[in-house]
Design a binder for this molecule. Structure first.
Ligand SMILES: N[C@H](C=O)CCC(=O)O
Length: 457
């Protein structure tokens, strides 16, 4: 059982019910949470309801939400068109799920093929993590090679092969990152199959790749690291050119960036097209989803027409000849109805641009307040996501975040929570169509009140 929170949190007076619930939760769930990312000190806040850009906690405090379920809610909470689409699906189909193919799967697959440049055909999954896992399997099957290269600080889900060097330790500039398991229970022989590269450092990346290229079945990365560190203009294109030349499938994990860097994702924004793309978050309109899309010939490896179905009792289906991909809830109608409704709203003229404009205004406003109050800080981001970094050095990779003043940032985040700005401490800020001018202005007022209390040292 986790130790109950000590009464030291500045929010304590205002969040007593959260503290009580946390104590109870810790009796029944390890650490009182059901996903490690949801924990923060001294206890996470328990929410009760939400609307638009706002969250309301169990103590009736309101927050302007910049976490938005880790970016998934691109239309904010409870968008009427999303709610209506879900109700309509349930009443029209008479069931949440058929367990058979249905028309909305085709509609969403067509939509993704039309919007995302690297997508020709699609398979749905239930999370972004499942999507990257399936994409890696496809790539390894395509090449017949075992190893996978990923980048330091990039998160692709909580399974063994990619749970490597997501957290960062300081290293000398130009030194290749080491491959470190980020969890107990990751077998050494699996960790050894993962090669770790430094984002935005082409020289070191190329020299590591040169040593490993023969054995690599895939290179996977977040084209915008952690959703907020943009790629150097040349970096992505050099990586694309290199992987193409060596026949290594390039996978973009666009779980965070899909529908947040524009409707064509980071690949559309930066004009670099991967072989395979993993999507999630916004695609489900607030419901769990993932998808893999990519080159037809690679995706086709998963076709049961080609290879049979190991679960179907086909005599001809041999495990080694079948690229297995399945899932009871894949292509769930309720989820797809929410996702399609979300995309329809984002496709309206000016909808996406308005969120970008609000993001720019908020970033500039926060920078101005911090600077005016004597803090050396910057916002780093692109599209509808950004982060705040204390320091004025260029932020191009995970090491640069490590070199910033994280203690100050954590202090600020707690003050912001106190002022009614919801973010997961140290995590990125995401905006939505619900973050209109009034919300941004109010956020800046609350932000200034928080910064006023921020002490140096
Ligand atoms: N699904 C991840 C953790 O559980 C979310 C990571 C993120 O969006 O930052």
């Amino acid at each position: 059982m986790a130790t109950p929170a000590k009464p030291v949190h500045p929010l304590l007076d205002r969040t007593r019910r959260s503290a009580e619930l946390y104590e109870e939760a810790a009796r029944y769930m390890p650490g009182g949470v059901t996903a490690n990312i949801k924990h923060f000190d001294p206890y996470p806040l328990f929410m009760e309801s939400a609307s638009g850009a706002r969250l309301y906690d169990v103590d009736s405090n309101d927050y302007i939400d910049y976490n938005l379920c880790y970016g998934a809610l691109m239309l904010g909470h409870g968008h009427p068109q999303v709610l209506e689409a879900v109700r309509e699906q349930l009443s029209r189909m008479g069931t949440p799920v058929f367990g058979t193919p249905h028309e909305m799967e085709v509609e969403m697959a067509k939509k993704l093929a039309a919007l995302v440049p690297g997508v020709e055909t699609v398979r749905f999954t239930n999370s972004g993590m499942e999507a990257t896992l399936f994409a890696l399997r496809l790539a390894r099957a395509w090449t017949g090679k075992r190893k996978v290269a990923k980048f330091e600080g990039h998160y692709h889900g909580g399974y063994d092969q990619v749970l490597v060097s997501v957290s960062t330790r300081e290293r000398k500039r130009g030194a290749p990152p080491e491959a470190r398991a980020d969890s107990m229970g990751v077998p050494e022989e699996i960790r050894e199959q993962t090669v770790v590269l430094p984002f935005n450092d082409w020289e070191t990346t190329e020299s590591v790749l040169d040593r490993q290229a023969e054995e690599l079945g895939a290179v996977i990365l977040e084209p915008v690291q952690a959703g907020f560190i943009p790629p150097d203009p040349e970096f992505l294109s050099k990586l694309r050119e290199y992987t193409h030349r060596h026949g290594i499938p390039l996978i973009f994990d666009e779980v965070k960036t899909g529908f947040r860097m524009g409707l064509s994702g980071a690949q559309g924004r930066f004009g670099v097209i991967p072989d395979l793309t993993a999507l999630g978050k916004v695609l489900g309109g607030g419901f769990p989803i993932g998808a893999v899309g990519g080159r037809r010939e690679i995706m086709e490896l998963a076709s049961p027409v080609r290879s049979g179905d190991i679960l179907g009792g086909d005599k001809g289906a041999q495990g080694s000849e079948v690229l297995f991909h399945s899932g009871t809830y894949n292509g769930h109608p309720t989820v797809l109805s929410a996702g399609l409704a979300t995309i329809r709203v984002l496709e309206k003229a000016g909808a996406f641009e308005a969120v970008e404009k609000a993001t720019t205004k908020l970033r500039q406003g926060m920078e101005e307040i911090l600077l005016r109050r004597g803090f050396i800080a910057q916002s780093v981001g692109t599209g509808t996501i950004f982060n705040l970094v204390f320091g004025d050095h260029p932020v191009r990779e995970a090491q640069d975040v490590l070199r910033s003043d994280l203690t100050m940032r954590r202090r600020l985040d707690h003050l912001l929570l106190e002022q009614g700005i919801y973010i997961k401490p140290l995590n990125r800020f995401s905006l939505s169509t619900a973050h209109v001018d009034a919300e941004v202005n109010e956020t800046l007022t609350r932000f200034e009140a928080g910064v006023k209390q921020l002490r140096r040292g």
